[in-house]
Design a protein around this ligand. Structure first.
Ligand SMILES: CC(C)(COP(=O)(O)OP(=O)(O)OC[C@H]1O[C@@H](n2cnc3c(N)ncnc32)[C@H](O)[C@@H]1OP(=O)(O)O)[C@@H](O)C(=O)NCCC(=O)NCCS
Length: 179
């Protein structure tokens, strides 16, 4: 993959030595609150950056000016030319428009270069920042699944159930919005 460049950002493949910037946000409880994993240790972040450098689905989002890795996008190919989008950003670099700017470019790339026909995303109904991002990308809310999943347990070991919003956008809808 060639780097994708936007006004303020570079979207590129992960490198094995990205672990320090990756650790900076994956060690943050607030950042992983709605993720299917707990906070990472330094060693786990080292292993994870090697893993991400060797698989297709993870994209590092970096500041154009400094090269600092500030978060990641995830885009994984499913059946029927459908791709699933995900995203996690360092708290210091949230609410600045970086997630929207990078996801918009990646979706455009997926529809134009990866053969995507439909892109979907799922998030907890409680993760307002996440579904607001999906709506800024013009994705449609297609459904809400009640208590369909849990990633974490409470202090008594009981599941913390999430209600999940499902979002999607078709290639035809994307071009209607953005061409
Ligand atoms: C989900 C997540 C990526 C959303 O990030 P975000 O910071 O809300 O999204 P953006 O980076 O696009 O920022 C948009 C906000 O920046 C504001 N903003 C500030 N400066 C801006 C600028 N120069 N340009 C554009 N927007 C700007 C926008 O107004 C918008 O604010 P609003 O939502 O209050 O209207 C982020 O909350 C996150 O990483 N969370 C933790 C991981 C997670 O939960 N992932 C999803 C699991 S389903």
């Amino acid at each position: 993959m060639e780097n994708i460049v936007s006004d303020r950002l570079i979207i590129r493949k992960f490198k094995e030595n990205d672990w320090h910037d990756l650790y900076e946000y994956l060690c943050d409880e607030q950042v992983v609150k709605f993720e299917p994993y707990d906070t990472y240790s330094e060693n786990q972040a080292k292993e994870e950056s090697i893993n991400r450098a060797n698989i297709e689905s993870f994209y590092a989002v970096c500041l154009k000016e400094s090269g600092k890795l500030i978060g990641n996008l995830y885009l994984s190919k499913e059946d029927f030319n459908t791709f699933e989008l995900g995203y996690v950003f360092n708290r210091k670099y949230q609410i600045k428009g970086y997630a929207t700017e990078s996801a918009k470019r990646l979706l455009d790339y997926a529809f134009s270069n990866l053969g995507a026909r439909r892109i979907i995303a799922m998030c907890s109904s409680k993760n307002t920042r996440s579904w607001k991002l999906l709506e800024r990308l013009q994705m449609r809310r297609e459904g809400m699944l009640l208590q369909n999943i849990y990633f974490k347990t409470d202090s008594n070991g009981q599941p913390i159930w999430f209600d999940t919003y499902e979002y999607a956008i078709l290639k035809s809808e994307w071009h209607k919005h953005y061409d």
